[in-house]
Design a protein around this ligand. Sequence first.
Ligand SMILES: NC(=O)c1ccc[n+]([C@@H]2O[C@H](COP(=O)([O-])OP(=O)(O)OC[C@H]3O[C@@H](n4cnc5c(N)ncnc54)[C@H](OP(=O)(O)O)[C@@H]3O)[C@@H](O)[C@H]2O)c1
Length: 376
Amino acid sequence: MPYPYVLLSAAVSLDGCLDDTGPDRLLLSSPADFDRVDEVRASVDAILIGAGTIRADNPRLLVNDPGRRAARVAAGRPEYPLKVTVTATGDLDPDARFWHTGGGKVVYTTDAGAARIRGLGVAADVVSLGAVLDWPTLLRDLYEARGVGRLMVEGGGTVHTQLLQQGLADELQLVLAPLFVGDPKAPRLFGPGGYQAGRLRLVESRRIEDVVLMRYEPTAPGVDGSVSPADRHWLRIACELAADCPPSRTAFSVGAVVVAADGRELARGHSREAGDPVVHAEEAALAKIPADDPRLAAATVYTSLEPCTRRASRPHPCAELILRAGVRRVVTAWREPDTFVEAADGTGALREAGVSVVVLGAYEDLAKAPNGHLLS
Ligand SMILES: NC(=O)c1ccc[n+]([C@@H]2O[C@H](COP(=O)([O-])OP(=O)(O)OC[C@H]3O[C@@H](n4cnc5c(N)ncnc54)[C@H](OP(=O)(O)O)[C@@H]3O)[C@@H](O)[C@H]2O)c1
């Protein structure tokens, strides 16, 4: 995907507020958690906030620890991450700290907003995205034109809500602070609207003084050829599963996961699992799902190696098993090399049968890792 990894970061009160309505910023995190946030900032290429947060909090968005800044420089990176904001109106204070601290700055805005911001005389790259601001275009520009591989988004709620609802967030880092705000007018983290169905995956929970950090990943697969952040997470899991395969000199080690449209895992499998010396990963996973499960029609099969089209060990190759199961979407990391079967092309066969096949080449090395002895 031509987008950065997008990490949403926020702290909320027990009643789900981002702030109160007083003039000063409400400090929700603990000192140790602010230091954790500083560490995350030091790890990213850019930090984005909405114009509402600039107006409400007037933040600097710096990496405060000198050692972390020195480490960035030593690694050939800018001392500070790029600072990014979004505004439609361009209604920003030229004296805001955002403009006068840290390194480079970019403002993504509309044609009308751009005219206003250019009039402010601030030292920032002003990018108009036309009549309205389109998030995929913004992310593509950060990735392709500015080399941003990791983007931290520090709010506020308007920005977080859009990125999550549009399926553009890879991760949510949420800190729960042990206090109540109790004000019905206080800003909330997420607004109403359409989110992914089903549950997100909790990948970590950590106590930090009196707050709790929870890290979540979205789980809902993309649709047809469009790739969601969850596609990347599931494919990584499939690739990691391949490491569980008993070693073989005559067959690849492959992992597979079948996921329903709402992000629920239906089954997983790997090559040669449960003592079956010839079972393939997709075959093992699909065998665990009742053939009449109605979720299969909208499910995605994630497999570290593209499904096979010919095999000596069993009558039905995996591409055929996928078609028989009624699955219409496959995400894979690696096209099958000629090691055992020449010109296998499971991707082509499935596409010809109307299945959407997405190949995420960024995971090819991970898929190959347990198969190095077959490829040298
Ligand atoms: N607790 C935390 O972790 C945390 C973190 C950050 C912020 N906050 C709090 O959150 C509150 C601010 O949140 P918020 O939701 O009001 O503001 P926000 O999300 O920071 O910014 C919203 C503004 O960003 C611009 N914007 C957002 N989406 C846009 C789009 N698609 N196209 C063009 N412009 C867009 C608009 O600016 P224009 O109006 O200029 O057009 C919009 O009004 C503050 O109270 C702050 O303290 C808390």
